[in-house]
Write a protein that binds this ligand. Structure first.
Ligand code: M6R
Length: 612
């Protein structure tokens, strides 16, 4: 997730582009850059770090011109360095562009372009687009070259392109990543969302996927990829800036819950493809995994939500990759005197890549000769840099303290890792592999469908809002779901005490508290232990507890047993924790909202725990 902007008009573009970028910094902030076309040439300025670093550089050396583009980056391909920062240029520097999204087939395009004599300066997927347009522009006018290049791209993009030879124009296009147009008086803008353009105009033209735009100060010419004219009326945006930044949602947490289908899609894209059904990782990670000692054991480390993702990973890797796995809280691991050696693979899971305990854990592991693989959301973070290999989650920046999309992307990445190792270690049959991989490819749509339960979940939360204790129960893959559901609720609704347990543990103690009306959230989706979960449910009902049940669609038995039923689409059990996370997040959110809690910044908590 990155932020992109464009401006064409009568005023100086640089301050307007910078102002628009400042509104988009929540979308990425590891580096930033602008490019200004003044008709004689395109000047580019890029800096690593937050936007203020770039702003300071531009204050000392301003760029002049009335057409400009800008970018604030959340690295996906290539570390956050100046070379990898956007905008990116072709060989001549006459074509300059910014991009948000992931170009899935960039490696093959890059090879083709290098063979055709192009010189690359960055490690990004984006730079291929500039060279690709340059290649087509040798034989076609720029508009057509841009269109032809787009046709070669697989993956997601929102793009803004400057051509030195078209000073009053910006070319734009989108597919799978957001891009809209602002229509002002004698000026036009591009933005990743409405916040970027709202200072200048409230008149917005939303773009659909596979639409191409030629933007001038007079307005926008929108066409389909095949060149058919598109006519669409602009809409007027009435939001204030703060709510626009949250995409119209009242809280970042709710916005991030809704971003999950897309975040999971971005995490899968470029790794697992449907046709042919194939799973590839970046070279470094693939090499790391292929050279693992066949007798290696995995030690998964994480804190809080990341630890819960690790618990799901334990089930996945043991069942399908046939690997011995233990999961440890990073804060315990480092003081436990664990037995590690070169046959151990430590898998560190972290959104921020900066959590002090996890970082100390991997340092200790490396010192004892273990290999370290990380699942991380922040490129260039300490853990990403110190690990031997990294599988990035592509969740984009997570702003709410409560982790939602980072969690589902971590579990998605664990599913990808499991499929990779299951194949390499011949842990499952090809038919079973295919079935799991197809389920994973379907996951974004499955999550979209799951989100349709929102209004129903809100109604249930309204019924329980005054309750002050909660149990969450699940088994096998959804035992971690129970822990995560309870953590979400107590984290953002600190008035409520919530505990998650493995449902089979009930009889060993927690059941003593169950009495009339005591609420228990069950995760009872399809699984080999489904009947056992229902037995646990009966035990709660026998003591007059109140059961909210998350079950698979069409489950009549759960309907009969539940006080309140939330259904989710059927999936293989392997993926069910990702699907079940959504109703649990929404329930916590609406409980907190009904209780007037500070949802995005709950008391006593910080987004990144960089101290012990
Ligand atoms: O950045 P990390 O994933 O390493 O953070 C770990 C935990 O601090 C984090 O998951 C925390 O538990 C979340 N706030 C939970 O929602």
């Amino acid at each position: 997730m990155c932020g992109i902007v464009g401006y064409v008009g009568k005023s100086e573009a640089m301050p307007i582009v910078l102002e628009a970028l400042s509104r988009l910094e929540y979308r990425g902030y590891d580096s930033a850059g602008v490019a200004i076309n003044n008709g004689r040439g395109i000047q580019v300025s890029r800096r690593v770090g937050k936007l203020k670093v770039l702003a300071e550089a531009l204050r000392r050396k301003p760029l002049k011109g009335a057409t400009g583009i800008g970018h604030t980056r959340w690295a996906t391909h290539g570390e956050p360095t100046e070379f990898n920062a956007h905008p990116h240029s072709d060989c001549s520097g006459k074509l300059v562009l910014v991009h948000n999204g992931i170009i899935e087939n960039y490696a093959e395009l890059k090879e083709r372009l290098i063979n055709a004599g192009h010189r690359f300066r960055s490690k990004t997927d984006t730079e291929v687009v500039a060279h690709l347009v340059e290649e087509y522009a040798k034989r076609h006018p720029i508009e057509q070259a841009f269109r032809l290049a787009l046709k070669d791209l697989r993956g997601s993009y929102a793009l803004c392109l400057l051509s030195q030879d078209a000073p009053g124009k910006i070319f734009g296009a989108r597919n799978g990543s957001p891009l809209l147009i602002g229509l002002g008086k004698g000026e036009s803008l591009f933005g990743s969302d409405a916040t970027a353009i709202m200072e200048r105009t409230r008149k917005v033209l939303y773009l659909n996927d596979l639409e191409v735009v030629e933007l001038t100060q007079q307005g926008a010419k929108v066409t389909t990829l095949s060149g058919k004219a598109v006519t669409r009326k602009p809409t007027t945006v009435n939001w204030n800036i703060a709510s626009a930044r949250k995409g119209g949602y009242p809280h970042y947490m709710l916005k991030e819950i809704h971003e999950q289908p897309d975040a999971v899609r971005q995490t899968i894209v470029g790794r697992l493809t449907a046709d042919p059904l194939r799973l590839v990782f970046d070279k470094r990670t693939a090499r790391f995994l292929k050279t693992l000692d066949p007798r290696t054991r995995f030690v998964i480390l994480g804190c809080g939500t990341a630890y819960h993702a690790g618990l799901v990973g334990e089930y996945m890797l043991e069942e399908f990759a046939k690997l011995p796995v233990v999961v440890d809280l990073a804060s315990e691991f480092r003081y436990r005197g664990p037995m590690l050696d070169k046959h151990t693979t430590v898998l560190a899971i972290t959104q921020s890549g900066e959590t002090a305990d996890t970082l100390a854990g991997i340092r200790m592991a490396k010192a004892q000769g273990a290999k370290v693989l990380a699942i991380c959301n922040v490129m260039g973070s300490s853990i990403a840099r110190e690990a031997d290999a990294v599988l990035y989650t592509h969740a984009g920046p997570e702003i709410a303290v409560a982790s939602t999309k980072a969690y589902t992307c971590q579990v998605t990445t664990l599913a990808l890792l499991t499929l990779f190792l299951a194949k390499a270690r011949r842990g499952i049959s090809p038919a079973q592999w295919r079935k799991l991989a197809e389920g994973l490819l379907q996951l974004p749509e499955t999550l979209e469908k799951t989100l349709q339960q929102e209004a129903h979940i809100k109604t249930i939360a309204a019924k329980y809002m005054r309750v002050r204790d909660f149990y969450y129960l699940g088994r096998r893959y959804n035992y971690p779901s129970a822990l995560e559901g309870a953590l979400k609720l107590k984290e953002i609704c600190p008035l409520i005490h919530a505990e998650g347990y493995a449902a089979g543990e009930m009889k060993h103690g927690p059941i003593s508290l169950i009495r009339r009306g005591w609420p228990v959230m069950f995760v009872a989706t399809d699984s080999p232990v489904y009947e056992k979960v229902l037995s646990n449910l009966e035990e709660v009902r026998a003591r007059k507890g109140s059961c909210i049940v998350v079950a698979s669609e069409g489950d009549q038995q759960a309907r009969r047993h539940a006080d309140h039923l939330i259904t989710v689409p059927k999936t293989d059990e392997f993926l069910s924790p990702i699907v079940a996370a959504i109703p649990l997040q929404l329930f916590a959110y609406y409980m907190a909202d009904a209780n007037g809690c500070d949802i995005d910044q709950p008391p006593n908590l910080a987004k990144s725990v960089t101290v012990e």
